[in-house]
Write a protein that binds this ligand. Structure first.
Ligand code: ZN
Ligand code: ZN
Length: 315
């Protein structure tokens, strides 16, 4: 695609999201690796094969940079850092994932508590619990970043320096990387080729508000080409930013319409926004999003939380 930039397409075990991208950018007789792919039984040979197709080896990775601490972007960091003897750079607000990896039971209990409080009935809750416990974390090991990726930090590559731009919302630890001379942006999951929203619930005051602000941040960069965390590169960056804003607005309107008629639990709001698509494998995903929309509507004064078991929301 571009001399010195390689897309490593790595497999994921998730329905509807079959791949993620790691980006290898030429640097000092090797490369800087942006994102890592998930840790799975065959994930390391996959990564090594993908690197070999670009005439690179794991030992030539000079630095690992994670756009955010989700398992598909950070999962193999520990293994790569160990094999390559390089550093890991990542945003310091990575507790949303590293805490889970260190104490999965505590985080799972908290999730179940949120689900119960959000009105998920006993039977789907039990099925969700069974499904969830059988799943692997996707993380090879928990390692702390050697350097914090905060606004203003730069990453040197053969294509020039990349600047860090904090873009929380999808995850508290999310950053985008921008190469100003070539106007390239490594956008992680902040901007994807196919517009798809997700927000981590429960770690920051208003993830949706943070995400909207982060869209303003990347809009100002005026990138020419986006290298996303999933799917193909795209050049109509502004259209993607605008598309994200529109979809957020549309979701917020649906949530508000639903609770304007009668007070509802977050669980009861889900079908108003997503139809009948709640299943054990997406309960956490959809509930997180709805709770983030409700939290945002509360922050801007459009809805109110009614405490109780379950807690309900009203306009
Ligand atoms: Zn993500
Ligand atoms: Zn991702």
């Amino acid at each position: 695609m571009l001399p010195g930039v390689f897309r490593l397409r790595l497999p994921l075990p998730w329905p509807g999201v079959p791949h993620c991208n790691a980006w290898a950018v030429a640097a000092a007789d090797g490369c800087v690796l942006f994102d890592t792919g998930m840790h799975q039984p065959d994930s390391l040979p996959h990564l090594e094969r993908a690197l070999a197709m670009c005439d690179l080896s794991l030992e030539q990775v000079r630095l690992v940079v994670c756009t955010h601490a989700h398992s598909d972007h950070y999962g193999q960091a520990a293994t790569i850092v160990e094999r390559a003897g390089c550093e890991l750079w990542m945003h310091p607000a990575h507790g949303h994932l590293t805490r889970m990896a260190e104490d999965p039971d505590a985080v799972f209990e908290r999730r179940m508590e949120i689900a119960r409080q959000s009105g998920v009935p006993a039977e789907p809750l039990r099925r969700y619990a069974t499904e969830r416990r059988s799943r692997e974390s996707g993380i090879a090991g928990v390692i702390e970043p050697d350097r914090d990726l905060l606004d203003g930090v730069t990453i040197d590559t053969a294509l020039g320096a990349w600047t860090v731009h904090e873009t929380p919302g999808h995850a508290p630890s999310h950053v985008c990387l921008f190469q100003p001379e070539r106007r390239l942006m490594i956008s992680g999951d902040h901007l994807l080729g196919r517009i798809s929203l997700y927000f981590d619930y429960g770690f920051t005051p208003d993830p949706v508000g943070e995400f909207l602000h982060s869209l303003d941040v990347v809009e100002k960069l005026n990138a020419r080409l986006c290298l996303p965390g999933h799917g193909r590169t795209f050049s109509d960056v502004y259209a993607h930013i605008d598309g994200n804003r529109k979809l957020v607005r549309e979701r917020l309107e649906r949530v508000l319409d639903a609770v304007a008629q009668t007070p509802l639990s977050a669980f009861e709001v889900v079908p108003h926004v997503y139809g009948d698509s709640l299943s054990p494998s997406n309960t956490h995903w959809l509930l997180s999003k709805v709770l983030c929309y409700l939290t945002h509507l509360q922050a801007v004064g459009d809805v109110r939380r009614i405490p109780g078991e379950p807690e309900r929301w009203t306009a």
